[in-house]
Write a protein that binds this ligand. Structure first.
Ligand code: 13P
Length: 248
């Protein structure tokens, strides 16, 4: 039985003080061991939230990382730096990074592998655009993203550490959620791709989240689908709605 994982992707929101206030407000209500709960604030809030979350079941996640160990890469943050402030998870390949910052599957793959070297669990995002869905090419698009982003990752790491997040771009921040059936269909397809890449035992172990306009009103239905093992929540993770989603 795969344990559900619900992560809040705060994106570029909340300065450090506000981040602390908000976590203080919700942390007792989301401190559960029934699901894995992850909060992904911006880089500058990581250190302070790490202290705040110490001693709780809530894990800390980053939203990005660079794949080199150190050096002249102005503005970038290494895996070692994330590890030094207690980061357990890191989102890679979010569609906003692919769209605005030119992140390719090859880059996502390098980042995921680098994170795994330091035992930080990558949350690898994939998902199609509206045009791709309307043209019915979404399965090809997502299969390519999954194969290239996960290329060369070891079987044991796939089972234990990697999380895949299916986020259809047309459902992100639009209020337009994929139906639970659409979301489950793609998550099941991703599991089949993983089975072809590795084997059925890896496919049954890897956790696949859905993301895109998840809110309290749809969380229960989505999280009860057969192949959806959690949610990557954007806007709703910035409010008390996150408490309701975690306790779906
Ligand atoms: P929303 O929940 O705001 O649609 O964002 C989803 C997302 O991009 C999470 O990574």
């Amino acid at each position: 039985m795969r344990k559900k994982i619900i992560a809040g992707n705060w994106k570029m929101n909340y300065c450090v003080n506000k981040a602390e206030d908000f976590v203080n407000e919700i942390k007792d209500a989301i401190n559960t061991d029934e699901v894995d709960v992850v909060i992904c604030p911006n880089f500058v809030a990581l250190d302070r939230l790490s202290d705040l979350l110490d001693g709780t079941n809530i894990k800390l996640g980053a939203q990005n990382v660079y794949f080199e160990d150190k050096g002249a890469y102005t503005g970038e943050t290494s895996v070692c730096m994330l590890a030094s402030v207690g980061v357990n998870y890191c989102i890679v390949g979010h569609s906003e990074r692919r769209q605005y910052f030119g992140e390719t599957d090859e880059i996502v793959n390098k980042k995921a592998k680098k994170l795994l070297e330091k035992d930080i669990n990558p949350i690898v995002c994939v998902g199609e655009t509206l045009e791709e869905r309307e043209a019915n090419t979404m399965f090809d698009v997502v299969e390519k993203q999954v194969r290239e982003s996960l290329d060369g990752i070891e079987e044991a790491q796939m089972k234990r550490n990697v999380v895949i997040a299916y986020e259809p771009i047309w459902a992100i921040g639009t209020g337009k959620t994929a139906t639970a059936e659409q979301a489950n269909e793609m998550c099941r397809f991703i599991r089949e791709v993983v089975s072809k890449m590795y084997n059925e035992s890896v496919a049954q172990a890897v956790r696949i989240q859905y993301g895109g306009s998840v809110k309290p009103a749809n969380a229960n239905e989505i999280l009860n689908m057969s192949d959806i093992d959690g949610a990557l929540v954007g806007g709703a993770s910035l409010t008390n709605d996150f408490v309701a989603i975690v306790n779906y």
